[in-house]
Design a protein around this ligand. Sequence first.
Ligand SMILES: *Cc1c(COP(=O)(O)O)cnc(C)c1O
Length: 383
Amino acid sequence: MQTSETHSGPDAAIAGARLTIDLGALIANWQKLNAMSAPGKASAVVKANAYGLGVNVVVPALVGAGCDTFYVAQAHEGIEVRALAPDARIFVIYGAPKGAESALLEHRLTPLICTAEQLDRWGQLIRSMGKKLPYGLHVDTGMNRTGLTMVEAMLVGTHVDVLKASGLCHVMTHPACADDINHPMNMHQAHEFQMVREIFSGVESSFANSAAILSGKVLSGEITRPGIAIYGGQAVNDMPNPMLPVVTAEARIVQVRSAKAGETVSYGATETLAQDTKIAVCAVGYADGYHRASGNGVPLRKMGQEKGYGFLAGHKVPILGRVTMDFTMFDVTGVPDAILEEQEWVELFGSNIALDDAARAAGTIGYEMLTGLGSRYHRVVTR
Ligand SMILES: *Cc1c(COP(=O)(O)O)cnc(C)c1O
């Protein structure tokens, strides 16, 4: 197979950090999720600029792999996706807020109507235009985020034939706890949504996010909505992540210095060196989404969290002191000088450090790590 590379962002020679996005892995991940969605199909959730990877690279790759349905959070995101996928269906999760209707129509974006008021306004629009305008209904079954309540859905559902005639093409809900396989909320929401599917029978439905797909909770025939698993992140807790890593983040070593036992490193002098130490100073920091908390060790889901580390030529190199805005210091005492002289980059996460391990060290999740990466990386897309 031929490989190709495209580059964007600050030039490789002058960027402090770089991201490598493996489109082959991305496509393989989506294909796996699509196969797991049979007899239904998988869509792709590409909100927040495709979880930070870039819709401009992700959307065309997935269209090429056969994905014909995308979800974004907001209409302006949908406009970007429309330019990249002229024939796809694009659902907008925040629905049709007041004033967004004309943009939705102009770019053929399908709102997931989530309040009775939005439904009224969309209905008026349909009547004033005298034609069917496609839309979905979002029913809340346990998040208390967007969506009609079950009671509202049942009320609206008494007119299901009228709604279908006016353009209703999709009903969906969002699981709150699918990352926790045994959480009782999973059964509760699946049960509530089965009722929704019966009320709106004949209308396409959607329930499963990445975690629900990977834990075998797909409802028969639905369109699933994977996000994080396409991008290689861990969706289900306490289970090995079956997805291929897609994103590698690396930081440039700008200086290697030697410090004596008893000296301190970084702001606050929180780290006192127990021994003479070689320090690699790398040009990445919290302004690049390499979280400040990574240097402290913050407990999240499990107590006693270890602080973060990088990976350099076979060595795990711990962060020393606080991560600063533009620089992070790593302990490279164990790395031979000859290797250090050759190496330019320290891996932050990728094939040697799982995205989710790096995220845990920062007290967060892979989703937040990816969406917070920012614009200072040199970006390489390989295929
Ligand atoms: C973000 C989101 C998804 C994707 O969730 P993942 O956990 O990333 O798979 C699916 N549906 C809705 C409504 C979302 O907001």
